[in-house]
Design a protein around this ligand. Structure first.
Ligand code: ATP
Length: 280
């Protein structure tokens, strides 16, 4: 198994120094080159799990192995792509992409060659000399993805990377991300609130229950992936996941707003083919 997440438990201290359990007995196996998504209610520990894999947080108990090696700290084999692009505004697109290579002391000509290659992959060659403020949100996020890929990591850890983008741009980026995934064979671990996004992009969707985050159900998605219009299998799986999450979200809301809170079903959004689908 390429990534093995074994018996993870994780707590944080709240403002009164009391431990709050965020993840409970999480076990996940991820194949090399696969695309796995996590969906779940807000606060169920999705980002925490991603940071644990990245080595940015430590487990209380349990271990994570990548390629047989225990994760204890961040490493060049794992890079995180955040919701915000995090580009340096004073550097051009090309310089932003070359930045990580410079830190690794890669000779400038090789770094430039690699950066230009990766820019081609995200279809932004024309913008190599532009500055981030001259690009749209979607373009900036493509640069951020290119910057993550240029150091040739084995795993892309993506934390809601498209949630700040409009729906049309998201659709384009879905298509692009799938192309990149197929070409580079990078392993992708993807967190999203958008159920359709998860189902359309991933081979495996893991649904988390509310805090402490536990795995509620895992779906294997076998449809051909092109990021375009959803087929009936996608829509059907989306409905199933939405139904599971509805009961989990009611639990969260009751915890936050009191037992008499009731959720009207139309407060959770489901639609068919005309937009990007159900989100939570
Ligand atoms: N460093 C920290 N210190 C204390 N509590 C934390 C810390 N990081 C996360 N938490 C708490 O852990 C819980 C899980 O947070 P996390 O961000 O992993 O959830 P999430 O499922 O990604 O949420 P969302 O979908 O809203 O982004 C939350 O209650 C959060 O406040």
């Amino acid at each position: 198994m390429y990534v093995k997440i074994e018996g993870i438990n994780k707590s944080f201290l709240d403002e009164k120094n009391q431990p709050i359990k965020v993840l409970e007995d999480i076990n996940i196996d991820i194949d090399k080159g696969s695309f796995v998504s996590i969906v779940g209610p807000s606060g169920c520990g999705k980002s925490t799990l991603l940071y644990l894999i990245a080595g940015l947080e430590q487990t209380d108990t349990g271990s994570i192995y990548v390629n047989g090696k225990k994760v204890t700290k961040p490493g060049p084999d794992r890079v995180v792509v955040f919701q915000e692009d995090g580009l340096f505004p004073w550097l051009t697109v090309l310089e932003n992409i070359m930045y990580g290579l410079k830190l690794k002391n890669i000779p400038i000509t090789t770094a430039k060659e690699k950066a230009l290659d990766i820019l081609k992959l995200v279809h932004l060659s024309k913008y190599s000399q532009s500055y981030p403020h001259q690009l749209s949100g979607g373009m900036k996020q493509r640069v951020a993805i290119a910057r993550s890929l240029v150091t040739e990591p084995d795993i892309l850890l993506m934390d809601e990377p498209f949630s700040a983008l409009d729906e049309q741009t998201r659709m384009v980026l879905h298509h692009e991300l799938l192309e990149i995934w197929k070409k580079t064979k990078v392993t992708i671990f993807f967190i999203t609130h958008n159920i359709r996004e998860a189902v359309q992009l991933s081979e495996k969707v893991i649904v988390f229950a509310t805090r402490p985050g536990q795995i509620k159900e895992t779906f294997t998605i076998t449809t051909t992936k092109d990021g375009m219009m959803p087929d009936s299998i996608t829509l059907n799986t989306e409905q199933k996941i939405l139904a599971i999450l509805q009961s989990e979200i009611v639990k969260v809301l009751k915890e936050e707003m009191g037992d008499d809170y009731s959720l009207k079903t139309n407060q959770l959004h489901h639609s068919d083919r005309n937009d990007l689908g159900s989100h939570i």
